[in-house]
Unconditional design. Structure first.
Length: 370
C-alpha cells in the first residue's frame, strides 16, 4: 500500500516536472517572440524616422531616443568620425562629459574592440572604483558596453551604452543589442547619401538660389508635410542663343532677372531652386496641378516680357558710340508640370520632367503636363 502511494507520488512529481518544463519552454518561446516583435517594432520606428525627420543629425538623435525609451538604457551615445574629428551625434549624457565620450578611440581598453570589430563590456567591481575611460567622474556610469560601428568594412565610429550599477549588463541579451547595433549601422548607411546632399548645397552666383540638392534635402521637409504637391521645371530655351548672339554676360543677366522676377511672385512656402544650367525647379507644396497652371501662365508672360540690353565687357566708349544697338535680349521659357505624391521618388519625378524639357521640340515655350 505504502509502496503504491510512493510510486503514485513519484509519477505525479515526474508529470509535474514535465509539465513545468513544457510551460517553461512555452514561456521562453513567448519571450523570444516578444523580443522579435519588439525588435521589428524598433526597426519600423527607425525606418519611420528616416522619412519623418529632415536632417541626418536629427535622424540620429531620434534613433538614440528610441533606443533609450524602448530598451530602458540609462545612457546611450553615438559618436561618428566625420573624416577629421570624432563628433557626438546623439547622447543623453550631460554635455560636460562629451569630451571624454568622443575620445574613447584613444583608450587602451577599447582599441582591440575597434581593431577586431567586436563589442567590449567593462564594469567596476566595488564602490569607489571608476571605469578606465572616466577622468573626473565616479557616480554617473559603473558599467558600459562599447560597440564599434562599421559600414561596408569601413570604421565610422562607435555606440556606447552605460549603466548606473556595477555588472548591470551581465545578463543582458547581447543578441538583441547586436540587432540594434546593426540597425544603427543600416540607418547610418541609408542616410549617407542625404549627408552628402546636405554638404554640397550651394547658392548659385547669378540667381542667388539654392542648388538642386536643396530640393532633395532640406526642401523635402516642407514638401512632405502634404499628401500631394505640384512640381514644376522650366527652362530658358533660348539662353544658349542669347549667350552666342549677345554675350555670356548678357545671358547671366537674363538668369538673374528671370530668377528675381519668379522669386518675387512666389510664396515662401514654395521651394525655388536653380536646377541645372538654364533649368529651374519649383515645388508648390500642397497645391494641386490645376491651381498652378494659371499661376505659371502669368509667370510665363512676365518672364517673356523681360528685356536686357546687350552687355559687352570688352566694349570701349569709341565702339559704343559707333555701334547702334537695335535689339535687346528676351528670354523664352518652356514649362512642364507634374503631381508629386508624398513618400514617392522625388528625384525620379524631376528627372522625368528634365528629360521632357531636354527632348522637347526646339523653340517650344508652352506649359505641358506629365
Amino acid at each position: 500500500m505504502i509502496l503504491g502511494v510512493i510510486i503514485l507520488l513519484v509519477l505525479i512529481i515526474v508529470l509535474l516536472m514535465v509539465y513545468n518544463m513544457s510551460i517553461h519552454k512555452k514561456i521562453q518561446n513567448f519571450n523570444n517572440l516578444n523580443q522579435k516583435i519588439a525588435s521589428l517594432n524598433v526597426l519600423q520606428d527607425f525606418m519611420n524616422t528616416i522619412s519623418e525627420v529632415t536632417s541626418v543629425d536629427e535622424k540620429i538623435k531620434k534613433i538614440n531616443d528610441i533606443l533609450i525609451e524602448r530598451y530602458q538604457i540609462k545612457y546611450s551615445t553615438i559618436v561618428i568620425y566625420n573624416g577629421t574629428d570624432y563628433v557626438v551625434k546623439a547622447s543623453n549624457v550631460e554635455e560636460k562629459h562629451w569630451d571624454t565620450l568622443r575620445n574613447l578611440q584613444n583608450e587602451d581598453v577599447f582599441k582591440d574592440s575597434i581593431k577586431t570589430a567586436t563589442p567590449k563590456y567593462i564594469t567596476i567591481e566595488k564602490e569607489g572604483e571608476r571605469l578606465p575611460y572616466q577622468k573626473m567622474e565616479f557616480g554617473r556610469a559603473k558599467s558600459a558596453l562599447f560597440y564599434p560601428l562599421y559600414v561596408d568594412n569601413v570604421y565610422i565610429g562607435y555606440w556606447i551604452i552605460e549603466g548606473s550599477q556595477p555588472h548591470e549588463f551581465d545578463k543582458i541579451d547581447t543578441t538583441i543589442l547586436e540587432v540594434i547595433k546593426n540597425n544603427i549601422v543600416s540607418v547610418l548607411k541609408t542616410v549617407e547619401n542625404q549627408q552628402v546632399l546636405e554638404n554640397i548645397v550651394r547658392d548659385d552666383q547669378f540667381s542667388s538660389l539654392k542648388s538642386a540638392e536643396y530640393l532633395y534635402g532640406e526642401g523635402r521637409k516642407i514638401i512632405e508635410k502634404y499628401t500631394t504637391s505640384t512640381i514644376c521645371l522650366f527652362k530658358i530655351v533660348n539662353l544658349v542663343q542669347i549667350n552666342e548672339e549677345f554675350s555670356r554676360e548678357t545671358g547671366n543677366e537674363i538668369v538673374t532677372q528671370v530668377s528675381q522676377m519668379v522669386k518675387q511672385n512666389l510664396s515662401e512656402e514654395y521651394i525655388f531652386v536653380r536646377y541645372m544650367g538654364p533649368k529651374f525647379a519649383i515645388a508648390f507644396s500642397g497645391i494641386d496641378l490645376d491651381a498652378v497652371v494659371s499661376f505659371m501662365k502669368d509667370i510665363q508672360s512676365k518672364v517673356e516680357a523681360i528685356e536686357v540690353e546687350p552687355i559687352d565687357v570688352n566694349e570701349t566708349e569709341e565702339t559704343t558710340a559707333e555701334t547702334e544697338v537695335t535689339e535687346n535680349a528676351k528670354p523664352e521659357i518652356n514649362i512642364v508640370l507634374s503631381t508629386y505624391y508624398k513618400g514617392t521618388a522625388l528625384e525620379g519625378l524631376t528627372k522625368k520632367l528634365e528629360e521632357y524639357l531636354d527632348n522637347a521640340p526646339k523653340g517650344e515655350h508652352t506649359i505641358s503636363y506629365l
